[in-house]
Design a protein around this ligand. Structure first.
Ligand SMILES: [Zn+2]
Length: 480
């Protein structure tokens, strides 16, 4: 099923059309004008040099000014813990602690909540505002039992109704608030994504609630490819803990770098057993969790330097899920990541996606909306998080410093703002008027950043920047 949901990525986006050859034209023209005497030539040359010097000085100043402007734009004094606590859902919630762990490969019956365009990832927080009496009643039962329900994304492919994905994630409720306003019952919930599951069959109860018979998917820890080839002497002389994985990564990563590089003695020891196998060490590095984690982190830091390593989980599985939840992927790619049972393969797939997809486009018309270098974290949860609006609609929202091709609609409002202190204005695609998200501007003085955008994951498609018009790129698939 994972295959049929894999989308074909956006065709290459046209470059900006800058013609670098234009600089050479005046040069040729100058050569053609070479008819004056030597003195005039010297004078012309001096004037030209002076002009070039002034131009360079001007360019340098502009560059410094732009750099300062960019730095100012990225200053932050906002409390990043506020969005993660979903303060807009109100206070006085009943909190629950403890955790339900379902056995790997076990078969369980779970009440399912279906939400379009929401693919919950383990470790991700899901806020909900529920109004439907059946769903509220379902959640009351869930809270009395083990506080665990299944979340499955639904898609509307045609007029026949919603189609459920065959993979979902268990969600464990940790915070609840029930209210009765003018006879209308409301339930506000915060739940945490826990374990992945495969749906085997579903049935709808008389009250409309869907019960799924599911199999809990395991998280495999892949043994080192060298485990069988390692001799005792290799294990004894293995890498000491002080050797950073970055050092390992620096000596060649999953790109299969076969260039001769200086390798540390420790690194050599780490892959020493490769000499006893058919494959060279670089093959084993491609499946090394530590190396993969450092390469993914390096990729994330290259987006922009505001992403903090301290908010990233240290365990490879948790880290791979955190990355899956933070990337602006469409439902198909996200479900594909959710179907993978090991951190190594998940990280390899993520790295492949991150290296390939450099821009974000409007899902409806394909216009470029943002670049990956503009992505930043407004929340301690990471650059993307799920938020719920007063109507109960959940939007997974990615925060970016800068956008292109967007127009704004209506006046700024602070009502129900997911980022306390900021007012939101609806943002639409300038090309096709599709709703893309919101522009956030400070409602309080001296709040920084001075502006940013929250883009809905459901409205975006990962896109490939054109680097030479390779038409074969349209059929690209992530590496596993
Ligand atoms: Zn559009």
């Amino acid at each position: 099923m994972a295959d049929d949901v894999l989308p074909i990525l956006m065709p290459n986006i046209e470059g900006n059309g800058e013609d670098s050859s234009s600089d050479s034209v005046p040069e040729r023209e100058r050569e053609g004008d070479d008819t004056g005497d030597g003195h005039e030539d010297e004078q012309q040359q001096q004037e030209q040099q002076q002009q070039e010097g002034e131009d360079n000085e001007r360019k340098k100043k502009k560059k410094e000014k732009d750099k300062k402007k960019k730095k100012d734009k990225r200053n932050m004094n906002f409390d990043q813990s506020l969005p993660a606590s979903h303060t807009y859902l109100g206070s006085d919630h009943e909190e629950y602690s403890g955790r339900t762990v379902l056995d790997d490969e076990s078969f369980v019956n779970l009440p399912l909540l279906t939400l379009p365009s929401v693919v919950l990832i383990p470790g991700q927080t899901l806020p909900l505002q529920l109004f439907q009496p059946q769903t509220i009643s379902m959640m009351r039962h869930v809270i009395q039992k083990d506080r665990t329900f299944g979340l499955v994304t639904s898609r509307y492919l045609d007029t026949s109704g919603a189609t459920l994905a065959n993979i979902g994630t268990t969600a464990e409720i940790f915070s609840v608030k029930e209210e009765d306003e003018h006879g209308i019952e409301t339930m506000r919930i915060k739940a945490m994504g826990r374990q992945r599951f495969l749906i085997l069959e579903t049935r709808r109860q008389a009250d409309g609630i869907i019960i799924g018979k599911v199999r809990i998917l395991p998280e495999w820890e892949m043994p080192s490819g060298l485990e069988g080839a390692e001799l005792r002497c290799h294990r004894l002389s293995n890498v000491p803990e002080t050797t950073s994985a970055m050092e390992v990564a620096a000596c060649g990563g999953p790109a299969g770098d076969r260039q001769p590089v200086a390798r540390s003695r420790n690194l050599k020891n780490r892959y020493r057993a490769a000499d006893w196998t058919w494959f060279p060490p670089w093959v084993y590095r491609q499946y090394d969790c530590d190396v993969l984690m450092e390469l993914v982190k390096r990729e994330l830091y290259s987006w922009n330097d505001t992403l903090q390593g301290s908010i990233m989980p240290t365990n490879p599985s948790d880290f791979s899920f955190w990355v899956a939840a933070s990337l602006p992927l469409d439902d198909g790619l996200r479900l594909h990541l959710l179907s993978i049972n090991s951190a190594v393969q998940r990280l390899r797939c993520e790295l492949s996606i991150m290296q390939k997809c450099t821009i974000m486009c409007c899902r409806d018309c394909g216009s470029q909306i943002a670049e990956k270098k503009d992505v930043f974290s407004m929340s301690v949860a990471g650059p993307m998080a799920a938020y719920v609006n007063p109507g109960g609609y959940v939007h997974e929202t990615l925060t970016v410093y800068q956008v292109t091709g967007i127009m704004h609609h209506g006046r700024p409002s602070i009502e129900h703002s997911w980022f306390p202190g900021y007012a939101w204005t609806v943002a639409e695609c300038r090309q096709c008027r599709h709703h893309l998200g919101w522009k956030f501007t400070p409602a309080k003085k001296k709040l920084k950043p001075e502006k940013f955008w929250g883009l809905c994951r459901a409205s975006l498609l990962p896109g490939l920047r054109s680097d030479g018009g390779d038409s074969e790129e349209t059929g690209w698939m992530p590496t596993m």
